[in-house]
Design a protein around this ligand. Structure first.
Ligand SMILES: *Cc1c(COP(=O)(O)O)cnc(C)c1O
Length: 414
């Protein structure tokens, strides 16, 4: 299914021409397709049919309220990593009882907020955190449902910056410590042991690391069961990769089929925390060419979008497809696509053959996940607008920041 396609040589989001979006809302702008998000969610959901499953969309991939609301309306749960994300979920009518709270550094205030709203589970990542949570829950007269995020020490074979399940990463508790920590949790009256959790990394394109992690978690679940601690759920995290270029991520059928196969008929509810696989290919970054700059060694397309708008290329050398919004005839030339930010790392793409002229629009594809959420104001650049297309209509779902917004909360010394 393709929700961004050319109609008469002009690139469209669903039925809306991107040219029109640029005229109405300006550039750079993120553009999302509602149908693409719904398609991805429903595909995941349907592939789980017949199983006791909760899909908890990972909010950090794209936390725009309209995106969260589209998913909440489909019945999605959420995976959050901060109090800010919890507030977003609640603001769109998402339900706390379908929300799991992940992350290595939950603050006292964040724990309180999550306990007050009654989240489904805290995915606890250290002994210190377990103790803090028990104390705060007791103070509030609540019982906190907990999973331990185990670090299964498997290599997800993805970019090192997005690998999270290796011993040397900061995430989760070492597999060997888990039995003791579960006994400890079970003995604390303000905690209720609910499940087990892992998340081994992002943009995984093979199934084997998921299976290896799951096998460890299941072995653990079974051993724990033998000691009388019964888990209600197993949370397999997110991490399923998408196609940016020529990757061949596993199909949902294969991925889920293998995982469900391993779980067999154990009476465990299964939670997933997909982020990128639900929204990554549902968005693009629309940008306008400011200048062409021909150098001896390289030629550059200078766009009005930069690394502060889309960090992935600068941060992990990520590859995004670049498409001209209007197809032009004429010979193509090789360009690096770069932004106005004063850093050599400021590029969106390298070595791309394009036929372009100043003023043209380009679409940086597959920018729906970890795009806007990783944006910043570096170089005092207002962040882009966000637009969601729904059929024939484009809706502005976040205003472009203004220059006044940039320093509205700053003060001079008296
Ligand atoms: C980031 C994250 C996810 C989502 O990962 P994707 O690769 O986007 O699917 C899920 N769970 C946790 C704990 C995360 O940190």
């Amino acid at each position: 299914m393709n929700f961004f396609s050319y109609q008469n040589d002009t690139l469209c989001a669903e039925s809306v021409r991107l040219v029109e979006i640029a005229e109405r809302f300006g550039t750079p702008s993120y553009v999302y397709s509602r149908a693409a998000i719904e398609f991805a969610y429903r595909e995941f959901d349907q592939a789980c049919s017949g199983r006791d499953v909760l899909i908890c969309y990972s909010v950090k991939a794209n936390s725009n309220l309209a995106v969260l609301n589209v998913l909440a309306r489909l019945g999605s749960g959420f995976d959050i990593v901060s109090g800010g994300e919890l507030a977003r979920v609640l603001a769109v009518g998402g339900s706390a009882t379908k929300t799991v709270f992940s992350g290595v550094g939950k603050s006292v205030a964040e724990m309180r907020a999550a306990l007050q709203t009654g989240v489904l589970c805290f995915n606890v990542e250290s002994e210190d955190e377990l103790e803090r949570l028990a104390k705060i829950a007791a103070e509030l007269g609540k019982i906190a449902p907990v999973s331990l995020r185990i670090n299964p020490d498997v290599d997800p074979r993805t970019h090192p910056h997005i690998a999270t399940g290796l011993r040397e990463t900061k995430f989760g508790v070492p597999y060997e410590d888990a039995p003791r920590l579960y006994r400890k949790a079970a003995s604390m009256p303000s905690l209720q042991v609910a499940g087990i959790d892992f998340h081994i990394g992002s943009q995984l394109t093979e199934i084997e690391p998921f299976v290896a992690a799951l096998d460890k978690a299941l072995e653990f679940n079974d051993a724990l069961g033998a000691t009388g601690i019964r888990l209600q759920h197993i949370d397999l995290g997110g991490g399923l990769g998408i196609r940016y270029r020529d990757e061949k991520p596993p199909t949902l059928k294969d991925y889920l089929g293998q995982l469900f196969g391993r779980i067999g008929n154990r009476k465990l509810k299964v939670l997933f925390e997909p982020g990128r696989s639900l929204v990554g290919n549902a968005g693009l970054l629309l940008t306008r060419v400011e200048y062409l700059k021909n150098g001896d060694a390289r030629s550059f397309v200078v766009t009005d979008a930069a690394m502060n708008d889309l960090l992935r290329p600068a941060l992990y050398d990520a590859w995004h497809e670049v498409l001209p919004v209007l197809r032009r005839n004429g010979p193509a030339q090789r360009y690096d696509i770069v932004g106005p930010v004063c850093e050599s790392a400021d590029f969106l793409a390298r070595e791309r053959a394009l036929t372009v002229a100043p003023g043209d629009l380009l679409a940086i594809m597959s920018a729906g996940a970890y795009g806007m959420t990783m944006s910043s104001n570096y170089n005092s650049r207002p962040r882009p607008a966000e637009v969601m297309v729904d059929g024939k209509t484009a809706h502005l779902v976040r205003d472009r920041e203004s220059t006044e917004d940039l320093f509205a909360s700053e003060r001079l010394l008296p």
